[in-house]
Design a protein. Structure first.
Length: 127
């Protein structure tokens, strides 16, 4: 089933997704800084193993965010090309939404929230 959405709305959704990814990056920076402090102050093997676990999670999240940003940019280009090629009544036209991209952004949010919850639980031991 195709989900057609106004071009203007698709653009707004892309802006919203990019804002979500910007927030995720900002949070990752903060998480990494705090993790570094914990790693420097604790040499217990289990603590360092947890630090490494989160470092790996954060690296993977950055990679996924980069991929999502790229794919959002490509979808935005698709929309712009369509608007350019069919400029008549562009405000009133709809395009098919990239459902797979929407699902990936949704999964990013769920996964990131889960990692964040796990990380904050870990951090609470050292605050």
């Amino acid at each position: 089933m195709s989900n057609n959405t106004y071009i203007k709305e698709l653009h707004r959704i892309h802006i919203e997704w990019n804002s979500l990814l910007d927030l995720s990056i900002d949070e990752l920076k903060s998480f990494e800084n705090r993790l570094q402090e914990i790693a420097q102050g604790n040499t217990a093997k289990e603590t360092l193993a947890q630090v490494e676990h989160f470092q790996n999670q954060f690296i993977r999240q950055r990679e996924l965010i980069d991929e999502l940003r790229h794919d959002i940019h490509e979808d935005e280009f698709r929309i712009a090309q369509n608007a350019k090629e069919n400029s008549v009544a562009v405000e009133h036209r709809k395009l098919e939404e990239n459902a797979a991209l929407r699902e990936r952004v949704t999964m990013h949010k769920k996964t990131f929230d889960k990692i964040k919850e796990e990380y904050l639980k870990f951090m609470s031991k050292y605050l």
